[in-house]
Design a protein around this ligand. Structure first.
Ligand code: GH3
Ligand code: MG
Ligand code: MG
Ligand code: MG
Ligand code: MG
Length: 312
């Protein structure tokens, strides 16, 4: 279930995905045996000097770097220092030194610089492969945890943390291409009464049902759904005008109503409903806060004008 969620959202968790390794090694023979051993399970890029390594690191994304220290135009230690100090530029990369410098002090220096492992030459390629595989396992676990931190545990859709991130990213993307963003905020009607009458576990099921409606209706890759908090959900519709957004949200309103979840505590229907505010803005010179505030105001109006409706 979660894994299919990760895939839908383009998160890397597939065990088939081959991590990208940059091999920085000026000794041809060594480079050759390392490449032969790793090429089946990894995507390899091979370079033999510091300048080409820095160039590759700037232009491509790697998960692992296998790094020699003695290079013709500099030291692998400097590459490690640069990569670890500029996380925003190079991303998260696991560095494994692979070097002839085998003194404890050298090894300590490498680890202190932020390297994830340190292998001394001469290299036993099977040991090297086992250690690289270990790095890959650690990366997979870290990615899994990072993904889990962005999912709501009850509904298994993105949570508020993910929503904030999606909104900022969608907003800057929309600004670059002068496209509008529509934001919808949904809030279940009389949900406190629902819990009071049917119990908290039934309330949880109701939240899951609405999350499933969102999942089934919002399918475009550029759009995002999230549990914003409590019984409130959010939908980001990328490059979507107000008319289209209204259509999409009204369909969702009908789909949720069609589930006919009995709600004796509601004074607007005898089944569970939600209210929704939807607002469209071009991110020209405003920030995301303007969109959030405007949408929230419309949600409030949807509530005060009778609930079970989309106000846009
Ligand atoms: P309104 O129509 O004005 O939105 O009224 P309401 O009762 O829905 O709004 P209110 O904000 O008073 O109540 C929200 C309720 O949502 C209260 C809270 O217990 C419930 N709730 C929040 N999170 C969860 C959850 O994870 N599970 C369940 N079962 N209930 C939750
Ligand atoms: Mg060397
Ligand atoms: Mg609420
Ligand atoms: Mg409320
Ligand atoms: Mg509510």
């Amino acid at each position: 279930m979660l894994f299919s969620f990760f895939q839908e959202h383009g998160m890397q968790t597939s065990n088939n995905y081959k991590y990208r390794i940059l091999v920085v090694e000026d000794d041809i023979a060594n480079r050759q045996i390392v490449a032969e051993k790793l090429q089946e399970d990894y995507q390899l890029t091979l370079v033999d000097n510091k300048a080409d390594a820095m160039d590759a690191l700037l232009k491509q994304q790697f998960e692992i770097v296998l790094l020699d220290i003695g290079l013709p135009d500099g030291s692998g230690l400097d590459i490690c220092r640069e990569v670890k100090a500029n996380h925003d530029v190079y991303g998260e990369i696991n560095i494994v030194f692979m070097t002839g410098r085998d003194k404890p002090a050298d090894e300590i220096e490498g680890i202190r610089l932020g390297a994830n492992d340190y292998i001394s030459k001469p290299i036993n390629v099977s040991v090297l492969k086992a250690r690289v595989d270990l790095q890959a396992q650690l990366i997979r676990k870290t990615e899994l945890l990072a993904n889990l931190a962005r999912i709501d545990g009850l509904t298994e859709i993105p949570n508020r943390r993910a929503f904030d991130d999606y909104l900022e990213k969608s907003w800057s993307h929309a600004r670059r291409i002068s496209a509008p963003i529509s934001l919808a905020m949904l809030d279940i009607d009389f949900f406190k009464q629902y819990n009071d009458i049917y119990g908290h576990p039934a309330g949880d099921e109701c939240l899951k049902a609405l999350a499933n409606c969102l999942r089934n209706n919002i399918k475009r890759g550029a759009d995002h759904i999230a549990r914003y908090g409590g019984e409130e959900f959010a939908v980001i519709l990328f490059d979507c005008d107000l008319q289209q957004a209204n259509t999409i949200l009204n369909e969702l309103l009908a789909d949720f109503a069609n589930l006919c979840i009995p709600h004796a505590g509601s004074s607007v229907a005898d089944f569970a409903t939600f209210s929704c505010g939807v607002c469209t803005l071009f991110p020209e010179d405003q920030g995301t806060q303007a969109l959030l505030t405007a949408t929230d105001k419309l949600l409030y109006e949807a509530k005060s004008e009778g609930r079970n409706r989309v106000k846009g």
